[in-house]
Design a protein around this ligand. Structure first.
Ligand code: ATP
Length: 515
């Protein structure tokens, strides 16, 4: 555990030291759970957004984009159910005065049972080798069965209590399981209360005419209210999707995990409108497609898993999370929800406007069903950044810190380094930079010994270093050093563009999806 915590601390400090993420308004001691993306962070974030956008919008002829506003008519949030039901159950510890999400305390307890079962399964898989049958072991080994059935019954009971609004039972469950404050060990808890997560604001100057608004807690509603506008103006035929990325705001109860849980964050969402009755087929399709998108980044298949929801949100008839193995364990990265016709029907009712689709093949009107994919951009950032950060021991016994970002996402694709600051080498380096910057984000660095410059670029995650030396003057060649292998090749300056392109091109990376 201590090791995991150290790893996470390393991630946070590396992000600051190398210009990826700063605490917001740091000179005033920061603002809790709010962060700024720095010069390299903003590039990485933009590249993740583009990687998503290209695969979702450009590669699907039946998906189009949208950029709806953050502020919306307040009735939107009444209709969507957020005013009444966008709550988290909170609980305070009377001794430590710390506040927690009651459902998260229970989920963490259940996860520990899961980990115990996993440990047993892993031991058995080593023991039995190739002959090991996981499914059979899970359903026959008494210890594993006990862990898993306890986990399942805890989550099912919590799901039911939360669904019924029975907060007393949520507290009873915490007491029965003897869950203690993770920081102090105290079991002296208050009652469980509901807490609405929406941020309020006002529109208008005068106090009596001002209108109460909310900062949107999800981007999805901007898509629903525009459903018919997009369908008609784009002559879209069902099934079709609308995608958007943008800020969302939630007054989170507990926000202690860096950019994992922020009060202001960014979502990348796509709502896919389908014929009623076909939603389960599309739900399965998007679960697979989205997992493959994540896998294409090469962060390791073992780091992802599906988690089916035990407590369905008020709008869903099926929901699963893609969870990622963050430095603090498996947690939600993306949600895939079958939202039924809940949202469109609710907006019809509250606005008195028809939001139906006329199906020319069936010659009838209906309200489409919706399958949503919703991934947090900041959580994507954290998954990529934390997994890429490595301390490596080298053959000569020294160590290096290297940020092995998927090269398609790396902020800077190549650094151009003149070996020395004289003999015309900087001029050649600057000319290479001038040629490459049309196609790639590249950097120039002439400070310090070249070995130190390599280390700095490793820590920044730059996939290539191009070094200009005296031989370059004679034969127009340079060395190109690969970040991950540290291998150096002598290549012609005229080949650089193609070498870099083949490694960082979005096309090559996206083509891995589904393979
Ligand atoms: P959690 O259970 O972790 O609070 P959620 O189920 O409320 O998340 P959704 O409403 O499904 O999350 O939102 C979709 C995605 O938006 C999530 O999968 C996550 O990646 C991202 N997200 C949600 N809340 C936050 C937050 N406070 N900070 C950063 N990202 C967030």
């Amino acid at each position: 555990m201590a090791k995991q915590e150290d790893l996470f601390k390393n991630v946070v400090s590396h992000a600051k030291e190398y210009g990826y993420i700063f605490p917001s308004s740091e000179i005033y001691d920061g603002l809790s759970a709010v962060y700024d993306y720095a010069q390299n962070g903003v590039e990485l974030k933009k590249n993740i957004r583009e990687y998503w956008w290209k695969s979702m919008v450009q590669m699907h002829e039946n998906i189009v984009g949208l950029d709806a506003s953050i502020l919306m008519h307040p009735t939107t949030w009444k209709a969507s159910g957020h005013v009444d039901a966008f709550n988290d159950p909170l609980i305070d510890n009377k001794d430590s005065k710390k506040r927690y999400r009651a459902d998260v305390l229970i989920e963490d307890y259940a996860e520990k049972l899961n980990q115990k079962a996993e440990k047993e399964i892993e031991k058995a898989s080593v023991r039995f080798g190739e002959a090991f049958n996981r499914a059979e072991y899970e359903t026959t080994n008494p210890r594993v069965m006990e862990y898993l059935s306890k986990k399942n019954s805890i989550l099912a009971r919590m799901g039911k209590s939360l669904g019924d609004g029975d907060l007393a039972d949520v507290k009873a469950l915490i007491e029965e399981l003897e869950i203690a404050d993770p920081e102090t060990g105290s079991k002296n808890w208050t009652e469980v209360k509901q807490f609405n997560l929406m941020f309020g604001t006002k529109l208008g100057a005068s106090a009596d005419t001002a209108m109460d608004l909310y900062l949107r807690p999800e981007t999805a509603q901007g898509i629903f209210v525009n459903f018919l506008n997009v369908q008609k103006s784009g002559r879209m035929k069902i099934p079709f999707g609308i995608a958007q990325t943008g800020k969302a705001f939630r007054n989170e109860i507990v926000a202690r995990q860096f950019i994992f849980r922020m009060r202001e964050f960014e979502q990348m969402e796509m709502q896919f409108f389908v014929k009623p009755g076909e939603e389960m087929k599309w739900y399965e399709y998007w679960k697979t497609t989205r997992l493959n998108w994540h896998l294409s980044l090469g962060l390791g298949e073992k780091n992802y898993r599906f988690h089916d929801h035990d407590k369905l949100a008020h709008y869903a008839n099926a929901a699963a999370d893609i969870e990622f193995n963050f430095p603090f364990g498996f947690k939600e990265l993306e949600g895939i929800h079958s939202r039924t016709d809940f949202d469109l029907k609710a907006h019809e009712e509250f606005s008195n406007k028809k939001l139906q689709y006329f199906d020319t093949e069936e010659n009838k009107n209906y309200t489409p069903y919706v399958v949503e994919t919703s991934v947090g951009l900041d959580r994507m950032f954290l998954s990529v950044f934390a997994t890429s950060l490595k301390e490596e021991e080298l053959e000569d016994g020294s160590t290096r810190t290297v940020l092995k970002l998927p090269s398609v996402l790396a902020p800077t694709k190549a650094a151009i380094l003149p070996l020395v600051k004289k003999d015309g080498l900087p001029d050649i380096a600057k000319q290479i930079m001038a040629d490459l910057k049309w196609d790639f984000n590249v950097a120039y660095d002439e400070k310090d010994a070249v070995g130190r410059r390599y280390r700095r670029q490793d820590a920044l995650g730059t996939p290539f270093c191009i070094t200009v030396d005296h031989q370059s003057i004679e034969d127009q060649t340079v060395t190109i050093r690969h970040r991950d292998t540290m291998k150096q090749d002598r290549v012609a300056i005229t080949d650089l563009r193609e070498i870099i392109e083949s490694e960082v091109s979005m096309k090559n990376w996206l083509m891995k999806i589904g393979k």
